[in-house]
Design a protein around this ligand. Structure first.
Ligand code: NAP
Length: 321
């Protein structure tokens, strides 16, 4: 018979969802390996002050929060691999996760590979990230109190961020490359009628201006070709996120945008494979909601493994059952 201590969990991902899952799994005495990726820490490594994670009244730096979560998981025995998972094989009850030629096996796998914000891919945007350029209004909006800013995009995210940012900014310019919006009609109505929001259509950002902080943008009207400069102090890029799910294609069900689908809470279409965080939750995308779903995925994995402990070891370790 296998005991629960023999049970192995492989967690793929390095953000708050993965690290919270690791804390819970290793604390439940499961043999826990985290394939944390080259950019261990996830999207929070790109933010500065996190002021809305409960328990830190003065705020905490994103990387520091992630480092704390990781050390907490290591304290209970989680092992870390700082490389990207390159392939998976979920055909047997023992799941296999590959990092190039190395194989990590687990009776359960938690997928928490997150999503990456899409960027405009301008050199000035990269240089000024965290210095006025952001991809997260909830995280950084507070720093733009009393300032004029721009939001880029025409989907629900961009319009939602524009509305949210009116709480802080004196003026929000919504820049969209077309004159049709993907966002829901109700969001469009709210944005178009908001006294603090100016909507500028058919327009793309050519360059973000400023040496060490954002001082303006140079934009181009895509219909007339005309360019002009606008003085402002912040640029929020809200042109969508891309879930990191390429290696799961053919194994896990996903929607047309690549976000993983769940059949029940954190369970996927494959027994023993669970999900947590932004890789399936495109709605909330917060560190705290990702952490909460990491906790749930770990508890679900634990229950699943408990049910397996009655099974004979040779069946458990056999590849195709
Ligand atoms: P999205 O719907 O894919 O919209 C992305 C927007 O960014 C589009 O307007 C697109 O322009 C623009 N864009 C893409 N690449 C660009 C580029 N390189 N330069 C300039 N503009 C670019 O993404 P999303 O707004 O993040 O929404 C994702 C999903 O989450 C959607 O299903 C949405 O409904 C949902 N969501 C729901 C809520 C809510 O219900 N409260 C909130 C947020 C998101 P084009 O239109 O020209 O392609």
């Amino acid at each position: 018979m296998m005991s629960e201590q023999n049970m192995r969990v492989v967690i793929i991902g390095g953000g708050p969802a993965a690290l919270t899952a690791a804390i819970y799994s290793s604390r439940a005495n499961l043999d826990t390996t985290v394939i944390a990726g080259y950019q261990s820490g996830g999207q929070l490594m790109l933010t500065s002050d996190v002021e809305n994670f409960p328990g830190f009244p003065e705020g905490i730096m994103g990387p520091e929060l992630m480092d704390g979560m990781r050390r907490q998981a290591e304290r209970f025995g989680s092992k870390f691999v700082d490389a990207d998972a390159t392939k998976v094989d979920f055909s047997g009850r023992v799941k296999r996760v590959f990092v190039e030629d190395d194989v990590y096996e687990g009776e359960a796998v938690i997928v928490a590979t997150g999503a990456s914000a899409m960027w405009l891919n301008l050199a000035s945007e990269e240089r000024l990230r965290g210095r006025g350029v952001s991809s997260c209004a909830t995280c950084d909006g507070f720093f733009f109190r009393g300032k004029e800013i721009a939001v880029v995009g025409g989907g629900d995210s961009a319009l939602e961020e524009a509305l949210f940012l009116t709480k802080f900014a004196t003026k929000v310019i919504l820049l969209h490359r077309r004159d049709k919006f993907r966002a829901s009609k109700i969001m469009q109505e709210r944005v178009f009628n908001h006294p603090k929001i100016e909507v500028v259509v058919d327009t793309a950002i050519d360059e973000i201006l400023g040496e060490n902080k954002v001082e303006g943008v140079r934009v181009q009207n895509l219909k007339t070709g005309e360019t002009r400069e606008i003085n402002l102090e912040g640029v929020f890029v809200a042109i969508g996120h891309r879930p990191n799910t390429d290696i799961f294609k053919g194994w896990l069900d996903m929607n047309d945008k690549g976000y993983l689908s769940v059949v029940n809470e954190s369970e996927t279409n494959i027994k023993g494979v669970f999900v947590a965080g932004d890789v399936y939750d495109y709605r909330y995308r917060q560190a705290i909601t990702a952490a909460a779903s990491g906790c749930k995925a770990s508890l679900d994995a634990e229950h699943y493994l408990e049910a397996l402990t009655g099974e004979p070891a040779e069946i458990l370790t056999a590849q195709n059952w």
